[in-house]
Ligand binder design. Structure first.
Ligand code: BDR
Ligand code: CA
Length: 310
Protein backbone atom coordinates (compact mmCIF):
# COMPACT_ATOMS: atom_id res chain seq x y z
CA UNK A 1 0.00 0.00 0.00
CA UNK A 2 1.29 3.47 -0.87
CA UNK A 3 2.09 5.91 1.91
CA UNK A 4 0.98 9.52 1.76
CA UNK A 5 3.78 11.88 2.69
CA UNK A 6 3.84 15.57 3.59
CA UNK A 7 7.37 16.96 3.45
CA UNK A 8 8.42 20.01 5.46
CA UNK A 9 11.84 21.05 4.15
CA UNK A 10 14.45 23.74 3.55
CA UNK A 11 15.96 22.88 0.15
CA UNK A 12 18.93 22.52 0.46
CA UNK A 13 21.02 19.99 -1.51
CA UNK A 14 19.85 16.91 0.36
CA UNK A 15 16.29 18.21 0.82
CA UNK A 16 16.09 18.40 -2.98
CA UNK A 17 17.32 14.81 -3.23
CA UNK A 18 14.73 13.83 -0.59
CA UNK A 19 12.01 15.56 -2.59
CA UNK A 20 13.12 13.62 -5.65
CA UNK A 21 12.74 10.37 -3.70
CA UNK A 22 9.32 11.30 -2.31
CA UNK A 23 8.12 12.21 -5.79
CA UNK A 24 9.69 9.27 -7.58
CA UNK A 25 8.85 6.32 -5.36
CA UNK A 26 5.58 4.81 -6.61
CA UNK A 27 4.94 3.62 -3.03
CA UNK A 28 4.91 7.21 -1.79
CA UNK A 29 2.28 9.81 -2.61
CA UNK A 30 3.54 13.31 -2.06
CA UNK A 31 0.51 15.26 -0.81
CA UNK A 32 2.22 18.54 -0.03
CA UNK A 33 5.49 20.36 0.43
CA UNK A 34 6.02 23.02 3.07
CA UNK A 35 9.07 25.21 3.33
CA UNK A 36 10.95 26.74 6.20
CA UNK A 37 13.97 29.02 6.45
CA UNK A 38 17.02 26.95 7.32
CA UNK A 39 19.87 26.05 5.02
CA UNK A 40 19.20 29.36 3.31
CA UNK A 41 16.49 31.96 3.78
CA UNK A 42 12.81 31.17 3.31
CA UNK A 43 12.62 33.04 -0.01
CA UNK A 44 15.31 30.80 -1.43
CA UNK A 45 14.06 27.53 0.08
CA UNK A 46 10.56 28.28 -1.26
CA UNK A 47 11.85 29.30 -4.68
CA UNK A 48 13.84 26.08 -4.81
CA UNK A 49 10.81 23.97 -3.88
CA UNK A 50 8.71 25.68 -6.54
CA UNK A 51 11.40 25.24 -9.20
CA UNK A 52 11.92 21.59 -8.28
CA UNK A 53 8.17 20.97 -8.46
CA UNK A 54 8.03 22.15 -12.06
CA UNK A 55 11.37 20.70 -13.15
CA UNK A 56 10.44 17.30 -11.71
CA UNK A 57 6.88 17.62 -13.03
CA UNK A 58 4.58 17.33 -10.05
CA UNK A 59 2.69 20.63 -10.56
CA UNK A 60 -0.45 19.46 -8.74
CA UNK A 61 1.34 19.06 -5.41
CA UNK A 62 0.75 22.18 -3.27
CA UNK A 63 3.74 24.11 -1.92
CA UNK A 64 3.19 26.32 1.14
CA UNK A 65 5.77 28.66 2.65
CA UNK A 66 6.14 28.88 6.40
CA UNK A 67 8.45 30.43 8.96
CA UNK A 68 11.28 32.65 7.84
CA UNK A 69 12.84 32.79 11.30
CA UNK A 70 13.26 30.52 14.33
CA UNK A 71 10.71 30.92 17.15
CA UNK A 72 12.92 33.13 19.31
CA UNK A 73 16.45 33.22 17.92
CA UNK A 74 18.31 35.02 15.20
CA UNK A 75 18.40 33.33 11.80
CA UNK A 76 21.45 31.11 11.28
CA UNK A 77 21.88 29.40 7.93
CA UNK A 78 24.09 26.80 6.28
CA UNK A 79 24.81 28.61 3.03
CA UNK A 80 28.47 27.60 3.43
CA UNK A 81 27.30 24.00 2.85
CA UNK A 82 24.47 24.45 0.34
CA UNK A 83 25.64 27.53 -1.59
CA UNK A 84 24.10 31.00 -1.46
CA UNK A 85 20.91 29.93 -3.27
CA UNK A 86 20.64 26.57 -1.48
CA UNK A 87 21.09 24.18 -4.41
CA UNK A 88 24.83 24.49 -4.93
CA UNK A 89 25.63 24.99 -8.62
CA UNK A 90 22.26 23.76 -9.85
CA UNK A 91 20.35 26.32 -11.88
CA UNK A 92 16.71 25.50 -12.60
CA UNK A 93 14.20 27.37 -14.77
CA UNK A 94 12.13 29.97 -12.94
CA UNK A 95 8.88 28.57 -11.61
CA UNK A 96 5.61 29.74 -13.11
CA UNK A 97 3.22 28.32 -10.49
CA UNK A 98 2.78 30.00 -7.10
CA UNK A 99 2.68 28.88 -3.48
CA UNK A 100 -0.73 28.21 -1.94
CA UNK A 101 -0.75 31.44 0.01
CA UNK A 102 -1.56 29.50 3.18
CA UNK A 103 1.04 29.43 5.96
CA UNK A 104 2.85 26.08 6.07
CA UNK A 105 1.69 25.45 9.66
CA UNK A 106 -1.96 25.90 8.67
CA UNK A 107 -1.47 23.76 5.58
CA UNK A 108 -0.04 20.99 7.77
CA UNK A 109 -2.96 21.28 10.22
CA UNK A 110 -5.66 21.29 7.54
CA UNK A 111 -4.08 18.48 5.55
CA UNK A 112 -3.64 16.18 8.54
CA UNK A 113 -7.10 17.04 9.90
CA UNK A 114 -8.73 16.12 6.57
CA UNK A 115 -7.57 12.47 6.74
CA UNK A 116 -6.49 11.55 10.27
CA UNK A 117 -4.08 8.60 10.40
CA UNK A 118 -3.46 8.64 6.67
CA UNK A 119 -0.50 10.97 6.16
CA UNK A 120 3.11 10.53 7.21
CA UNK A 121 4.69 13.83 8.20
CA UNK A 122 8.41 14.20 7.51
CA UNK A 123 10.53 17.21 8.47
CA UNK A 124 13.99 17.73 7.02
CA UNK A 125 14.66 21.30 8.12
CA UNK A 126 14.53 23.28 11.36
CA UNK A 127 11.32 22.37 13.21
CA UNK A 128 9.79 25.85 13.33
CA UNK A 129 6.75 25.11 11.12
CA UNK A 130 5.98 21.91 13.01
CA UNK A 131 6.21 23.67 16.38
CA UNK A 132 3.91 26.46 15.20
CA UNK A 133 1.46 23.89 13.88
CA UNK A 134 1.53 22.02 17.23
CA UNK A 135 0.93 25.22 19.15
CA UNK A 136 -2.03 26.11 16.91
CA UNK A 137 -3.44 22.57 16.88
CA UNK A 138 -1.90 19.99 19.26
CA UNK A 139 -4.13 17.28 17.75
CA UNK A 140 -1.87 17.06 14.68
CA UNK A 141 0.30 14.80 16.85
CA UNK A 142 -2.57 12.28 16.81
CA UNK A 143 -3.59 12.90 13.22
CA UNK A 144 -0.19 12.20 11.67
CA UNK A 145 0.21 8.54 10.72
CA UNK A 146 3.84 8.94 11.76
CA UNK A 147 6.32 11.74 12.26
CA UNK A 148 9.93 11.43 11.11
CA UNK A 149 12.65 14.03 11.28
CA UNK A 150 16.13 14.35 9.96
CA UNK A 151 17.76 16.00 12.93
CA UNK A 152 19.73 15.55 16.09
CA UNK A 153 22.34 12.97 17.02
CA UNK A 154 23.49 10.97 20.01
CA UNK A 155 27.23 11.14 19.35
CA UNK A 156 28.35 14.25 17.52
CA UNK A 157 27.16 17.50 16.04
CA UNK A 158 27.81 19.21 12.73
CA UNK A 159 26.69 22.81 13.35
CA UNK A 160 28.63 22.67 16.62
CA UNK A 161 30.48 19.89 18.39
CA UNK A 162 27.28 19.01 20.24
CA UNK A 163 24.45 20.02 17.92
CA UNK A 164 23.11 18.96 14.55
CA UNK A 165 22.07 21.85 12.26
CA UNK A 166 18.27 21.38 12.13
CA UNK A 167 17.97 21.28 15.92
CA UNK A 168 20.64 23.93 16.50
CA UNK A 169 18.89 26.35 14.12
CA UNK A 170 15.73 26.36 16.28
CA UNK A 171 16.14 24.45 19.55
CA UNK A 172 12.98 25.96 21.10
CA UNK A 173 10.93 24.56 18.22
CA UNK A 174 12.60 21.17 18.55
CA UNK A 175 11.81 21.12 22.26
CA UNK A 176 8.11 21.65 21.52
CA UNK A 177 8.16 18.96 18.88
CA UNK A 178 9.78 16.30 21.09
CA UNK A 179 7.38 17.15 23.94
CA UNK A 180 4.27 16.64 21.79
CA UNK A 181 1.90 13.71 22.01
CA UNK A 182 3.57 11.54 19.39
CA UNK A 183 6.60 9.35 19.00
CA UNK A 184 9.21 11.13 16.92
CA UNK A 185 11.34 8.98 14.68
CA UNK A 186 14.71 10.66 14.84
CA UNK A 187 16.94 10.04 11.86
CA UNK A 188 19.97 11.83 13.22
CA UNK A 189 23.55 12.30 12.13
CA UNK A 190 24.63 8.96 13.59
CA UNK A 191 22.44 7.33 10.96
CA UNK A 192 22.74 9.74 8.07
CA UNK A 193 26.53 9.82 8.08
CA UNK A 194 26.30 6.17 7.03
CA UNK A 195 24.57 7.34 3.82
CA UNK A 196 27.49 8.93 2.07
CA UNK A 197 27.42 9.42 -1.66
CA UNK A 198 30.96 8.13 -2.13
CA UNK A 199 32.72 7.87 -5.47
CA UNK A 200 31.31 4.40 -6.15
CA UNK A 201 27.74 5.63 -5.59
CA UNK A 202 28.35 8.78 -7.61
CA UNK A 203 29.77 6.77 -10.52
CA UNK A 204 26.58 4.72 -10.58
CA UNK A 205 24.40 7.86 -10.33
CA UNK A 206 26.29 9.35 -13.29
CA UNK A 207 24.88 6.64 -15.54
CA UNK A 208 21.33 7.98 -15.10
CA UNK A 209 21.60 10.54 -17.92
CA UNK A 210 20.20 14.05 -18.11
CA UNK A 211 18.53 14.12 -14.70
CA UNK A 212 21.77 12.97 -13.11
CA UNK A 213 23.86 15.50 -15.06
CA UNK A 214 21.57 18.42 -14.35
CA UNK A 215 20.41 17.66 -10.83
CA UNK A 216 21.34 14.51 -8.95
CA UNK A 217 25.12 14.49 -9.28
CA UNK A 218 25.61 18.25 -8.78
CA UNK A 219 23.42 18.08 -5.65
CA UNK A 220 25.23 15.03 -4.30
CA UNK A 221 28.76 16.34 -4.86
CA UNK A 222 28.66 20.10 -4.23
CA UNK A 223 29.83 20.03 -0.63
CA UNK A 224 33.24 18.94 0.60
CA UNK A 225 34.32 19.11 4.22
CA UNK A 226 38.12 19.16 4.49
CA UNK A 227 37.91 18.97 8.29
CA UNK A 228 36.32 15.53 8.40
CA UNK A 229 39.09 12.93 8.53
CA UNK A 230 36.67 10.13 7.57
CA UNK A 231 35.20 12.06 4.62
CA UNK A 232 33.91 9.65 2.03
CA UNK A 233 31.50 11.80 0.08
CA UNK A 234 28.55 13.99 0.97
CA UNK A 235 25.99 12.45 3.32
CA UNK A 236 22.45 12.60 1.92
CA UNK A 237 20.92 13.24 5.35
CA UNK A 238 17.38 14.19 4.37
CA UNK A 239 17.00 11.37 1.87
CA UNK A 240 17.24 8.98 4.82
CA UNK A 241 14.16 10.47 6.51
CA UNK A 242 11.99 10.00 3.42
CA UNK A 243 13.48 6.55 2.80
CA UNK A 244 12.49 5.55 6.34
CA UNK A 245 8.79 6.03 5.54
CA UNK A 246 8.98 3.82 2.46
CA UNK A 247 11.58 1.29 3.62
CA UNK A 248 11.77 1.09 7.44
CA UNK A 249 13.24 -2.38 6.98
CA UNK A 250 16.53 -0.72 5.98
CA UNK A 251 16.90 0.92 9.40
CA UNK A 252 17.59 -0.26 12.93
CA UNK A 253 15.91 1.93 15.53
CA UNK A 254 15.81 1.99 19.32
CA UNK A 255 13.29 3.61 21.65
CA UNK A 256 14.80 6.48 23.64
CA UNK A 257 13.95 9.60 25.55
CA UNK A 258 15.18 12.66 23.67
CA UNK A 259 15.45 16.03 25.37
CA UNK A 260 16.62 19.16 23.58
CA UNK A 261 19.20 21.39 25.23
CA UNK A 262 18.17 25.02 24.84
CA UNK A 263 20.29 26.70 27.50
CA UNK A 264 23.80 25.22 27.37
CA UNK A 265 26.70 27.53 26.71
CA UNK A 266 28.45 24.86 24.63
CA UNK A 267 25.57 22.47 23.98
CA UNK A 268 22.63 24.56 22.78
CA UNK A 269 20.70 22.53 20.21
CA UNK A 270 22.08 19.21 21.41
CA UNK A 271 19.71 16.23 21.52
CA UNK A 272 20.31 14.41 24.80
CA UNK A 273 19.37 10.80 24.04
CA UNK A 274 18.69 8.33 26.86
CA UNK A 275 18.28 4.80 25.53
CA UNK A 276 17.51 3.51 29.04
CA UNK A 277 14.78 5.97 29.97
CA UNK A 278 11.50 4.44 31.20
CA UNK A 279 9.30 6.77 29.12
CA UNK A 280 10.64 6.97 25.56
CA UNK A 281 9.31 9.76 23.34
CA UNK A 282 11.25 8.79 20.25
CA UNK A 283 12.54 6.02 18.06
CA UNK A 284 16.15 6.78 17.31
CA UNK A 285 17.73 5.35 14.19
CA UNK A 286 21.10 3.72 14.81
CA UNK A 287 22.05 1.57 11.85
CA UNK A 288 21.43 1.70 8.11
CA UNK A 289 21.59 -1.14 5.61
CA UNK A 290 23.84 0.96 3.41
CA UNK A 291 23.82 -1.26 0.33
CA UNK A 292 20.06 -1.75 0.56
CA UNK A 293 19.57 1.99 0.98
CA UNK A 294 21.51 2.90 -2.14
CA UNK A 295 19.92 0.11 -4.17
CA UNK A 296 16.51 1.50 -3.21
CA UNK A 297 17.37 5.19 -3.79
CA UNK A 298 19.12 4.51 -7.09
CA UNK A 299 16.20 2.43 -8.37
CA UNK A 300 13.78 5.28 -7.64
CA UNK A 301 16.08 7.87 -9.20
CA UNK A 302 16.52 5.65 -12.27
CA UNK A 303 12.76 5.49 -12.65
CA UNK A 304 12.43 9.29 -12.58
CA UNK A 305 15.42 9.65 -14.89
CA UNK A 306 13.70 7.53 -17.54
CA UNK A 307 10.51 9.61 -17.32
CA UNK A 308 12.62 12.73 -17.46
CA UNK A 309 14.13 11.93 -20.82
CA UNK A 310 10.86 10.58 -22.24
C1 BDR B 1 20.75 18.76 8.00
O1 BDR B 1 21.07 20.13 7.97
C2 BDR B 1 20.91 20.64 6.67
O2 BDR B 1 22.02 21.38 6.30
C3 BDR B 1 20.65 19.46 5.77
O3 BDR B 1 19.74 19.83 4.75
C4 BDR B 1 20.07 18.44 6.69
O4 BDR B 1 18.68 18.62 6.84
C5 BDR B 1 21.99 17.96 8.29
O5 BDR B 1 22.50 18.33 9.53
CA1 CA C 1 17.38 19.97 5.28
Amino acid sequence: MAHNILLDCDPGLDDALALLLAHGDPNLVLVGVTTVGGNVGLQNTTRNALQLREYLKFPAVPVSAGAAEPLTREVRDAAHVHGAGGLGNVVLPEATLPVTGQHAADFIIDTLRATPGAIHLVATGPLTNIAIALEREPAIARWAASFTIMGGSYTRGNATVAAEFNIWADPEAAKIVFAADWRVTMIGLDLTLQAQANSIVVDRLKTLGKLADELIVPLATFYFNPNMPDWDGQAVHDVCAVAYVARPDLFLTQPARVEVETAGEFTSGMTVVDFDAPAPNALVATKLDVNGFWAYVESVYARVAVEHTA
